[in-house]
Ligand binder design. Structure first.
Ligand code: EAX
Length: 323
């Protein structure tokens, strides 16, 4: 069969157009919008990986929980049907129990304290626990300090939160703590949350300012109380199926890309923390800026008995006392 000259030319052109090297596209997912702190961190990671591998690796981003809730995405990364997830530690304790200690309410004084712990020996030791559980933790990114929102009333002290049906992450450490505030904790995956707030299935929820902003919770929540009751770390998790194929040089590229992603994500959290409250008030939220933190810490004491039993009082103290 004679090939026309045109067909031969088209075939030749198409091989020329294809990259001269194999290119791997990595699927990365996260809960919030591309413009959110997770989107900023994920974009920096993807840009650095593409640059550092000269295009042999590039990403396809799936923001807004397009690949499911965080627990679902972590499972997918574990079995290798998804390559990366940029996730809060919310559900992670169900996969790597050693993570749960950093979810304890009122454990961290402020962002500086939290970041020092995560980037220091304690946080790095926790990352080392992931490979045996079928996950590669490339680094700590960041979600932020969590605050309470609800549709019913201002919250200044635990008594004000009593009886409120609050959505929580699928996280036992959080739920045990929140019960001591008198809250009725309702665990729910993030993608269901906006609808549940809109229908009044739950009265409220708790999340960092960057999430409250990007998820537009001001449309369905009237009251915001700056409780800052939990620091919510986040993680960049990679499938071992990808990691095990990487050369040592590419492993270094991925790890350094995660470090740059963490810096960018934390910077976005800082920006949202300084501009977000005014924005949320503009969007119609009534913000309670002074909360009785001591009353919440006092109420939490019974839960701390359980935390000390589970994690060791000295381990908790080591984190709490870090300067
Ligand atoms: O990671 O589920 C949550 O409330 C998380 O904070 C949210 O998915 C962002």
């Amino acid at each position: 069969m004679r090939f026309s000259r045109l067909a031969v030319a088209v075939a030749a052109a198409s091989t020329l157009a294809a990259p001269a090297f194999a290119q791997t596209v990595l699927k990365i997912g996260y809960a919030t919008a591309p413009t959110s702190h997770y989107g900023v961190g994920s974009t920096v990671f993807c840009e650095e990986v593409e640059k550092g591998t000269a295009g042999r690796y590039k990403c396809q981003q799936f923001p807004n929980s397009a690949l499911g809730g965080e627990r679902e995405q972590i499972e997918a990364v574990q079995i290798g049907t998804q390559d990366l997830v940029n996730t809060s530690t919310g559900p992670v304790g169900n996969f790597v129990p050693e993570v749960k200690i950093v979810d304890i309410p009122f454990l961290f004084r402020d962002y500086d304290h939290a970041r020092k712990v995560m980037d220091g020996p304690i946080g790095q030791d926790i990352l080392a626990k992931f490979p045996s559980k079928g996950l590669i933790a490339l680094g700590w990114t960041e979600n932020g300090f969590r605050h309470m929102t609800n549709s019913k009333r201002d919250i200044v002290k635990p008594e004000d939160a009593k009886g409120l049906k609050m959505r929580t992450m699928e996280n036992k450490v959080h739920m045990d703590g929140y019960r001591t505030f008198g809250i009725l904790p309702t665990p729910m995956a993030f993608p269901e949350l906006f609808g549940a707030l809109q229908q009044g299935t739950v009265d409220g929820q708790e999340n960092p300012i960057p999430v409250i902003l990007s998820a537009k919770f001001a449309q369905v929540q009237k009251h915001l109380s700056l409780t800052g009751h939990v620091y919510s770390p986040a993680l960049l998790l990679l499938s071992p199926r990808v990691w095990n194929k990487l050369s040592d040089a590419d492993k270094k590229v991925f790890t350094e890309a995660a470090h740059k992603a963490s810096i960018a994500q934390r910077k976005k959290v800082n920006e949202d923390e300084s501009n977000g409250i005014a924005q949320l008030e503009k969007d119609g939220m009534k913000v309670t800026k002074t909360v009785d933190g001591n009353a919440f810490r006092e109420a939490l004491k019974p839960a701390y008995v359980g935390y000390a039993k589970e994690f060791g009082a000295d381990n908790i103290k080591k984190i709490a006392d870090m300067k």
